[in-house]
Design a protein around this ligand. Sequence first.
Ligand SMILES: Nc1ncnc2c1ncn2[C@@H]1O[C@H](COP(=O)(O)OP(=O)(O)OP(=O)(O)O)[C@@H](O)[C@H]1O
Ligand SMILES: [Mg+2]
Length: 238
Amino acid sequence: MIHFYHVTKKFDRYSSALLDVTFHIEKGEFVFLTGPSGAGKSTLLKMILRQMTPSDGQIVVNGRNLAAMRRSQLPFFRREIGMVFQDFKLIERMTVFDNLSFILTVLGVAPREHKKKAYTALRAVNLHHRMNAFPLQLSGGEQQRVAIARALINDPLVLIADEPTGNLDPELSLEIVQIFAEANLRGSTLLLATHDRELIRSSGRRVLTLEKGHLLDEHAAPAEPHAARGGGGFVNWS
Ligand SMILES: Nc1ncnc2c1ncn2[C@@H]1O[C@H](COP(=O)(O)OP(=O)(O)OP(=O)(O)O)[C@@H](O)[C@H]1O
Ligand SMILES: [Mg+2]
């Protein structure tokens, strides 16, 4: 579903974000992407949406070679991908409902279905009572949950999320991961970037680790010293 072949991204002669990155995520997988700040996580996610193009290498998403895709095909391609951005990207002059309704229009969903779909998506993140609020009237964590509801609203084929729990407390983070897990069960393929080692550990999912633009070998990645807690088996590096 998501294939990177020797992908390198250089911004100029001196700075690069990704170096010879190769990995494959199959349909139906739920994978975490981690690594220190500046390791290249956001860059990698932006490339999946073709918001950035590689300096070298190839990317294939949902059977499409992104380099060969025409500009005119981009909106159709992006409709199949849900994205939670690190900075949310909510439209500030629109209410929460209008933010969701706007996306549903883009996705081609009939207006008569908007209320029901928006309510269901907001209920999942426990914000159905804030439909008529404007983004700036919400806390950071609430805005983040609206961004998650928006990304999940129409069961995207691929769901990409950049630090989707960055502003949430640990309990809420676990709930959000549960919501992602349900989307995964409904068929979405997931790639979630996070710094949160505890969240990754407790989920037991596959993990891609970036370090200074290099993807660490999944099998060679060091298991966390705490992984043995509770009988081990928390970290699934395979
Ligand atoms: N548009 C750009 N121009 C120049 N350098 C950039 C650009 N975007 C990112 N970089 C550099 O690429 C590297 C990777 O950035 P990226 O945002 O992908 O990291 P990240 O892993 O998402 O970090 P964080 O955890 O802080 O969000 C950084 O060194 C960053 O400064
Ligand atoms: Mg980032």
